[in-house]
Design a protein around this ligand. Structure first.
Ligand code: C2E
Ligand code: CA
Ligand code: CA
Length: 738
């Protein structure tokens, strides 16, 4: 019957069976000719029971409710109690038997759902129903066997037990169903890969799924004590109020945010928040997705769109974008932007002879070298094939651009190792400069640079050309000088001259300063001030500096051999040379090689370099001190020395810069500076040499202020080594005579 009516539960089926049997009991008895039940009390009792059960069943059908089962139980007990008062005959037991048969049929036919939903109670249900059936059948067929009060009591007990059983079943089914339901939701809640959070409008976390604990790394219990602001990154935490308001008014909101994990790492998330009810209160349900992957792939896509997959450099599109931006920025700020455009000379040959893989490797290596050279704000791009581009923003001068261009060409000239083979590569470069106030576009600039690059190729490659012809002249000049300087050493164009340093008191030669000279075959003498910076830029200073040192030490040694043992030789050292790795070792090796005592060598380093706040400078000072070499601070007074720093260095000599000496007669302030430098040197017990002494008045000033030594045209200009030996002899004779 239960099935037929598609009743809600097995318990309901049982109830309907019992209803039918109770209702049918008197009719059954009558049918069998048993008049005993056809008395008003019995009919009333059964009818009442049946009516109540019907009511219960109807209510139960509309809404399963344990209370209904309780009422039904009470009613069955009542019915049974009435039956106790009325002497029932066999036929009525047949009616009850029908009830138990129906119960058994239902229980057995729904074995599976009974086991699933009511667990172990299936067996007890069968036993109970079978027992009830047997008992009632026994009463029908042998009333004599089971008669009297005890049997009635037994019948009541059975009814109560069965009623109880139904009650339990009802509870059980409802409870299990509820739990199953909850479990299912919980599983869904926890199994969701997303973070699911419920919070109130103040941000207090009310519920969190397992995913939250796993993704964010906070223990589940801790989460329930936190606030959404604690999970949000600071920038987002400030916006929680505003977002809550949006959810409250609009019912839902979707936004991106950043969460902070227990480990401190930040993860980007997408929050899908909506208004919900939680424990009867309005709350916010957030389904939060970790979008790290998505961000990552967005980045990858962006990378693919903007970067060259081979070298990882910017591609043409990004380069053009940056160029446009740079031009726009430069037009506002009156700055210069330089575009260096170049390709590798004979790259095709590399591809053809070594294969494309080697060609690719070379392009990657070129990209790496370029990236090392540029400043952070600059853009290096590969435009395609072997074409590269460098965008320099905030360019100070055209010379600076030329220097960068030179550096790049020079860096590319260093051999590359490909397939165990040294490959020599050069490049031809075209440069276009966006001048403040110009109206050139990115395309025009690229075009100019391209044209200039072809000019560079025409000029024999391995060089650069400015698009602007006027610029070219100066740049080419520098470029050529640098190239010539490479050759100068080998073709003996360089020489060293010596300027004597004498005592102020007796004009005795106490030493010499070695000064480098370059006699250019085409251009004649070139001033060291012009070519030393070029040597520094091109890295040639190392070789040249070593050579000067060697010449100077050899000369000093020769003077010793000629009997002038106390002479000191001063050698200028450039900043780059001074801080190059292993400089002190090099000096030590040179002294060992030439046999010159360390105390005879005085390295001159300018004040501006000595006062640079760098670890390496201090280290070199100490290393030189350890060897026993003297150090002079050159051009003293022009830089910004800190006295404290000065005193902390192991130095021996201060050289007063020429401008101070030359201003002695004309400028009060300058001569005061010269005087105080001399005083300072004396009080620090340092030797002091005045530079550029050209006349007697200057010498007189030095005498008065107590300056120990000097050099300058007054005594002698820089002269050749041979002349210097003659001067030494003459000086010795003169000193002896006086
Ligand atoms: P510096 O070290 O200050 O050298 C002194 C300069 O003053 C020399 O110029 C010298 O010829 C010049 N001079 C000497 N006496 C007088 C004088 O009475 N009046 C005037 N007007 N000038 C005088 P030079 O030889 O042209 O050298 C210029 C600078 O080049 C040097 O300045 C030094 O900084 C650098 N330099 C020269 N040789 C070398 C070298 O071998 N290595 C390095 N790194 N730098 C060098
Ligand atoms: Ca010097
Ligand atoms: Ca000097």
């Amino acid at each position: 019957v239960g099935l037929h009516f598609r009743l809600r539960s097995r318990a309901t089926a049982l109830l309907s069976a019992s209803l039918l049997s109770f209702a049918a009991a008197p009719a059954f008895a009558l049918l069998l000719g048993d008049q005993s039940l056809v008395n008003p009390l019995s009919i009333l009792a059964h009818a009442a029971t049946a009516a109540l059960m019907l009511m219960g069943l109807l209510t139960h059908l509309s809404r399963p409710n344990p209370k209904v089962a309780l009422v039904l139980l009470a009613v069955s007990a009542l019915g049974a109690a009435i039956g106790l008062l009325v002497p029932l005959q066999g036929s009525v037991y047949l009616g009850y038997s029908v009830f138990f048969v129906a119960a058994l049929v239902v229980i057995l036919s729904h074995r599976e759902s009974f086991v699933r939903e009511a667990g172990g109670s299936f067996a007890s249900a069968v036993v109970l129903a079978s027992f009830g059936l047997l008992f009632n059948l026994a009463r029908v067929f042998s009333p004599a066997l089971i008669a009297g009060m005890p049997a009635q009591l037994f019948q009541i007990t059975l009814s109560v037990l069965f009623g109880l059983y139904l009650l339990m079943l009802e509870f059980n089914v409802a409870f299990i169903a509820l739990h199953r339901e909850q479990d299912r939701y919980r599983t869904l809640f926890d199994a969701a890969g997303d973070i699911i959070l419920v919070s109130d409008f103040e941000g207090n976390v009310l519920a969190a799924n397992q995913g939250t604990a796993e993704r964010l790394g906070y223990p589940h219990e801790k989460l329930l004590t936190m606030r959404v602001m604690d999970i949000d990154a600071p920038a987002d935490a400030n916006r929680v109020g505003e977002r809550m308001e949006a959810i409250r008014t609009q019912g839902a909101a979707v936004f991106e945010s950043e969460h902070v994990c227990a480990s401190g790492t930040h993860i980007p998330v997408e929050v899908n928040a909506r208004l919900t009810q939680w424990g009867g209160q309005p709350a916010v349900l957030g389904v939060i997705r970790d979008i790290t992957e998505r961000k990552h792939s967005e980045e990858t896509i962006a990378r693919m769109a903007y970067y060259d997959p081979l070298t990882g450099l910017a591609n043409r599109r990004l380069a053009t974008d940056r160029l446009n931006q740079a031009i726009e920025h430069a037009s506002r700020t009156d700055e210069r932007v330089a575009l260096l455009f170049f390709d590798l000379d004979h790259f095709k040959t590399v591809n053809d002879t070594l294969g494309h893989t080697a060609g690719d490797t070379l392009l990657i290596a070129v990209g790496d070298r370029l990236s090392e050279l540029v400043r952070t704000g600059d853009t290096v791009a590969r435009l395609g094939g072997d074409e590269f581009m460098l965008l320099i923003v905030d360019v100070s001068s055209k010379e600076a651009v030329a220097t960068v261009a030179w550096k790049i060409l020079e860096a590319l000239r260093q051999p590359f190792l490909l397939c165990d083979q040294e490959i020599h590569v050069t490049a031809s470069m075209g440069i276009a400069v966006f001048e403040p106030g110009a109206s050139s576009s990115a395309v025009e600039l690229l075009c100019d640079a391209d044209i200039a690059m072809y000019k560079a190729k025409d000029r024999g490659r391995d060089t650069y050309q400015f698009h602007d012809p006027a610029l070219n002249a100066a740049a080419v000049e520098r470029f050529n000088l640098k190239t010539d300087l490479r050759r100068a050493l080998e073709s003996n164009e360089l020489s060293v001259v010596f300027q004597p340093q004498v005592s102020v008191s007796g004009l005795t030669i106490v030493g010499a300063e070695a000064l480098l000279r370059w006699h250019h075959p085409g251009r004649g003498p070139i001033a060291p001030e012009e070519f030393i910076p070029l040597a520094e830029e091109s890295g040639l200073i190392g070789t040249i500096g070593r050579w000067v040192l060697h010449e100077a030490c050899c000369q000093a040694h020769a003077w010793r051999d000629a009997g002038f043992v106390d002479l000191r030789i001063g050698v200028n050292v450039s900043g780059r040379q001074f801080t190059a790795v292993g400089f002190a070792d090099e000096v030590a090796a040179l002294l060992a090689e030439t046999g010159l005592p360390a105390s005879c060598l005085e390295l001159e380093i300018t004040e501006s370099i000595a006062m640079r706040h760098s670890e390496s400078i201090a280290t070199v000072f100490c290393e030189l001190d350890a060897i026993g070499v003297r150090v002079a601070i050159d051009d003293f007074g022009t830089g910004h020395s800190s006295l404290e720093r000065l005193a902390s260095f192991p130095i021996h000599t201060l050289k007063v810069a020429r401008p101070f000496i030359q201003a002695i007669e004309t400028d009060e302030a300058q001569s005061a500076i010269a005087r105080s430098i001399i005083l300072l040197a004396n009080s620090l017990r340092l030797n002091v040499i005045a530079e550029g002494v050209e006349n007697e008045r200057q010498l007189q000033f030095l005498r008065e202020t107590g300056c120990a030594q000097m050099q300058g045209f007054l005594f002698s200009p820089p002269i050749s080594a041979d002349d210097f030996i003659r001067l030494l002899e003459a000086n010795a004779a003169a000193v002896a005579a006086s």
